[in-house]
Write a protein that binds this ligand. Sequence first.
Ligand code: HEC
Length: 270
Amino acid sequence: MRFKHLAPALLLGAALVTALGAAPAAAQQDMAKFKQSQPTEPPSLPKIAWSFDGPFGTFDRASAQRGFLIYQQVCSACHSMNQLYYRNLSGIGLSEEQIKAIAASVQVPGGVNDQGQPIERPGLPSDHFKAPFPNEEAARAANNGALPPDQSVLELAREGGPDYLYAILTGYRDPPAGLKMQPGMSYNLYFPGFQIAMPQPLQDDSVQYTDGVKPTLDQEAKDVVTFLTWAANPEMEERKQTGVRVVLFLVFLTGVTYATKRRIWSDLHH
Ligand code: HEC
């Protein structure tokens, strides 16, 4: 009596399991086929010869200045650089006059007027770089839900450093056939997962350079990455110089020690 309904129930259960199992299995097969034709990991990063590589490397000032121009005209529409002050730009060789003009080209909050209304004033060299959005929510709302990361120390925050930044900026491609892109996303060879919420920011001739250098995509990417690397490591050159001095001193000390030793032993021998 108790087992009367067991057989039909078992049958129904088996049918359900089969039906439920079949659908994911088919999807898995599709996925496996798709994965076979798609790379699953980004290719290895291009290795760029940077001016600041190696123990004697320094920032190419002209390149960093062109890179700042790109930040100012392109990237700063979405990315903040909260840790930088305009006066820091003397580090890439801009003059005091140039820095004053750059700062004065933006409006920053300037307290309140005598009616208590908030007012704005032109920026000063002592001001922070002006951020494009008042807060994270506004930044996300303008970028399809994604947050453009602050660029102050971006070079340090990503594995591969400058090579990775260069790769992202030059890594936009048409999505491969069969890849379903999320709305508003772009295909990028070097971004984890290949779908990035940043539309391709640089193309040939995105900016006009005043020093006769041709603004190709490759050149623009190298320039802005030189600028971003300087921004994240403004003390790098000093650190390298100190390193070289320390090594020179150690070499000198070794020489002195050796000479002293010879002298002492030569006294003992005679
Ligand atoms: C239209 C807005 C916009 C502009 C302009 C823009 N970005 Fe972005 N950027 C974004 C957003 C949004 C993200 C976050 C992408 C994501 O998480 O999918 C991002 C992410 C990045 C990343 C990080 C990739 C990572 O590993 O997380 C780098 C590097 C970057 N941007 C560099 C730049 C540079 C350099 C410029 C100027 C040449 C620039 N961006 C201009 C919106 C922008």
